[in-house]
Structures are given as structure tokens and as C-alpha cells.
Design a binder for this molecule. Sequence first.
Ligand code: HBI
Ligand code: FE
Length: 280
Amino acid sequence: MAVKPVIYGQSDRPPRGDYAQAREDYTCDQQHSTYTAQDHSTYARLYARQQALLPGLACQGFIDSLPLLGATDTIPRFEDINARLLPATGWQLVGVPGLIPEVPFFTLLSERKFPVTNWIRTPAEFDYIVEPDLFHDLFGHVPLLFDASYADHIQAYGKGALKAHALEHGPAQITGAVEMLSRLYWYTIEFGLLREGGQCRAYGAGILSSSGELAHSIRSPEPARLPLQTPADLLHCMASRYKIDTYQNPYFVIDSFDALLALTAPDFTPYYRQLQVAAA
Ligand code: HBI
Ligand code: FE
């Protein structure tokens, strides 16, 4: 059964993926045999360039787990990664045709299934692509799914987001709850920094999969690097709009994945109400 494609933000062109092959839950097969020699070469070149940039910029957990992706000169098979990931943290990768709607996305996360786009960018997009592709999803997100605490955090986010969606669309009608949580996702899972041995290191997938933003996020004097430690910091983070097509400013810095998990464990309903009032 075919599902409808999804477009976030404004775009002149239709979404790339083949949504006709997706199941009701928006997952689809990786279809590894359909990758061309050029696709494999694009992956290998992106991997090599990005790996070389990691020392001193990426957090240690990411560097340690990256080899668990397996093949570096061809696109790995999701099933081969799953054979290692499932026993490690109970997560598994599932293929998706690209961006999927929020509820199916959050549902997969809440089930410890991480959606990975099954197509890779063209050589013309080697340096920059707005929407997530296989390289972003796999290289950026998957290594840290081998970290138990990070893995738990992503599932908790999925569950919390389903709850936010219900609060927004149910009788409580708390407007903007999903948007507030999306901002938290953006400033942590996508563009988060982690303090390690007194130094800032990247753990956000959008940074780790970007050749330019990796050094920028750590070394540039330009962006603010704000703490994300207290409930007040959390509120500030969820009140901060973000841009999807430039380097981030500010970045938010956590002390550990355990600290992030603890900070985000309480019921968010009072936070949503407070921010809703502030925005009104
Ligand atoms: N779908 N495939 C995919 N990948 C994402 O990162 C993603 C998505 N759908 C929704 C979504 N992200 C956003 O709502 C985030 O703010 C959570
Ligand atoms: Fe991402």
C-alpha cells in the first residue's frame, strides 16, 4: 500500500524517495542490490573525508563506535549492522524512503527502530544536502545508538513526542508542544555538543555528518555555546527557533548523555504550558 510523501518547509522539487514502495508504517526495504557503483563510491568518499575530520572534534563515544557500521568502501547492509546493534542496545535499523510524517517517525523511535533513508545523495550534492539521506542517517546517527544511554534517550524522546502530539491534538490542545520538542531534538540529537574533559565535542548527527560544520561548531569563535543543564536551560532551548540551512547559532552543550536523559525524564506538560503562555 502506497503512502504519501512528506515535505517539511518549502521546496521547489518533489521529495526524492520512492514512497510507493513504503509500507503503512512508512518503512521499506533497503534494496541494497539497487545501489549503483557511483552510490557506493559516494558513500566511501563521504565516509573517508568525514572520518579524517573526527579527532579532536567528535565525542569519544562516536569515534569508538564508528567501526561498528562495518563496510567503509561500500554502503553497508542494514541487516549486517542490525546483527551487531540489536544485541548491543536492542535497537534496529529500518529503511524509509526519506522524511516521514511525525507520528510514524516518533512511533518507530518509541519501538527502538531507527529510520534510515535508503537512498544516497548525488555527487553534485557531495558537500551539502538539505534533507537527510543515507549518509546523514547512517554515519551521523547510528554509531551512538551503540551507546546504552544515548540509545535510551532516543527512545524516551520518541515516547515523549507521541505524548506531545496527543496533548496538542487531544482535548488539552497545548499548541506548539511538538514544535518545542522538535527544537530540543534539533539542538541535541542533530546539533548537540558534549563537554568532555573540559572540551566541547560534537555528538549531534547534523554536525558529525557535515564536513564544514564539524570544525565550525567546535572551533569558531562566532556561535554561542550555551549550557543545557537545568530546567531553565531546557526551556530556553525549546523556546529557540532554529534554521535548517545555515550553521547553527547557538549550540547547546550537555555534560553527559546520562545528564541529558535525567534532565528530560520529567513530565514536560508544565514546560509546554509555560512556553505556550510565553508565546501567546
Ligand atoms: N523522518 N526519515 C525521517 N527522519 C527524520 O529525522 C525525521 C523524519 N520525520 C520527522 C522529523 N524528523 C522531525 O519531526 C523531527 O523534528 C523529529
Ligand atoms: Fe538527522
